[in-house]
Design a protein around this ligand. Structure first.
Ligand SMILES: [Zn+2]
Ligand SMILES: [Zn+2]
Length: 357
């Protein structure tokens, strides 16, 4: 890994104030995806996969006919729009389209027309899935792959699927050494349901951290404990008195689980109360494998999770043209929420599940 991202120290050592939380500590690895040109031999978000040439590329067989035909774009057009937005960000007088961008637009339109002419309407055919993440065990040692596998590949179908309007996900575990001939040009879908469903290619800077549960995941007794301002004061934790009425918020914002893309750890909640997932095969409670996030850190006080190396950028005002440093992957799921992928702790080969939070 060529670059490093470091989570700033938490403002309070939470287990010094509340030793009761110590048994709930869980390891997580923040992925810190940032735009780059990952190779098939590297861990990545939205990057090329180490995929065997002889193995069929995964396609989504679900029906997509319910999908309204509104605002979809081809992956090539999404990439062009992002390129233009990045240019506008650097040159506010340069709005509009350059001759080169116009030529790309023209070429994209021609390519799309050819594909429409050659096959069935896009949403009706099996849809080629899109690479979301590729994680090597050497970078993410908390993965627990089956057998000799040392590589996890996550893809999704970039259409909304009922009942929760989210991409459908597929997981593959493999042994990297067994891939001899690599698929050079995987198929791409005609279009994506939402431009947030096409992850920008990113390299990773994995960072091991320790997380504690969102307060919604705690027992009522532990929640009450967090709400007792006297406990915070007695421990001399030095928490800003503006939190005197809401110490639990301080815990949730600064001390519990990290925002952003991560492996393992505790799940973020907020859209609903915690919603435990149970394995469809052996019925044990499933554990978070991967969090696919719309934002790497939250606005306002949530900046405390922005890496030390990027605090200045995070605090700078006025990120226009979709160039916010907190959205390096350009992924947006739900209403700028998180997609959590869960696996069975007894066997990673039991079917996974996912949900939006
Ligand atoms: Zn699909
Ligand atoms: Zn199971």
């Amino acid at each position: 890994m060529v670059f490093v991202r470091t989570t700033p120290p938490r403002p309070v050592d939470v287990t010094a104030v509340f030793p009761e939380l110590a048994p709930l500590a869980r390891p997580a690895i923040r992925l810190h995806p940032r735009p780059g040109s990952p190779s098939v031999g590297e861990s990545s978000v939205g990057g090329p996969l180490l995929w065997p040439a002889e193995e069929p590329w995964p396609h989504c067989e679900a029906s997509h006919l319910h999908v309204d035909s509104g605002f979809r774009q081809s992956p090539d057009d999404v990439r062009l729009m992002r390129r233009m937005q990045a240019r506008w960000h650097g040159d506010h007088d340069g709005r509009g389209t350059t001759p080169e961008e116009a030529a790309i637009k023209e070429r994209n339109a021609t390519r799309l027309a050819e594909r429409f002419a050659a096959g069935p309407p896009p949403a009706e055919c099996p849809v080629p899935m899109v690479p979301v993440a590729q994680l090597y065990l050497r970078d993410i040692p908390l993965l627990r792959p089956p057998g000799q596998a040392d590589l996890l590949q996550v893809l999704w179908c970039p259409y909304d699927h009922e009942p929760h309007h989210k991409p459908s996900t597929a997981l593959f575990w493999r042994s990297a050494a067994e891939v001899v001939d690599i698929l050079a040009t995987p198929p791409e879908p005609y279009e994506v349901n939402d431009d947030g469903y096409l992850p920008e290619p990113c390299v990773l800077a994995p960072e091991a951290i320790t997380e504690y549960p969102d307060s919604l995941d705690l027992s009522p007794q532990l929640r009450l404990m967090l709400e007792d301002w006297n406990r915070w004061q007695a421990a001399g934790a030095g928490v800003d008195s503006s939190y005197a009425d809401w110490p639990r918020d301080f815990y949730d914002i600064h001390l519990a689980d990290a925002p952003g893309w991560k492996a393992g750890g505790w799940p973020p909640w907020g859209r609903t109360d915690p919603n435990p997932r149970y394995c469809a095969v052996c019925e044990v409670q499933m554990v978070p494998l991967l969090t696919i996030a719309s934002f790497e850190w939250d606005g306002g006080e949530g900046h405390s999770w922005a890496p030390c190396e990027e605090q200045a950028a995070a605090n700078a005002a006025g990120h226009c043209c979709g160039q916010s440093p907190s959205r390096p992957t350009k992924v947006a799921v739900g209403s700028t929420d998180n997609m959590q992928i869960y696996i069975c702790p007894a066997s990673p080969e039991h079917p996974h599940t996912d949900l939006i939070q």
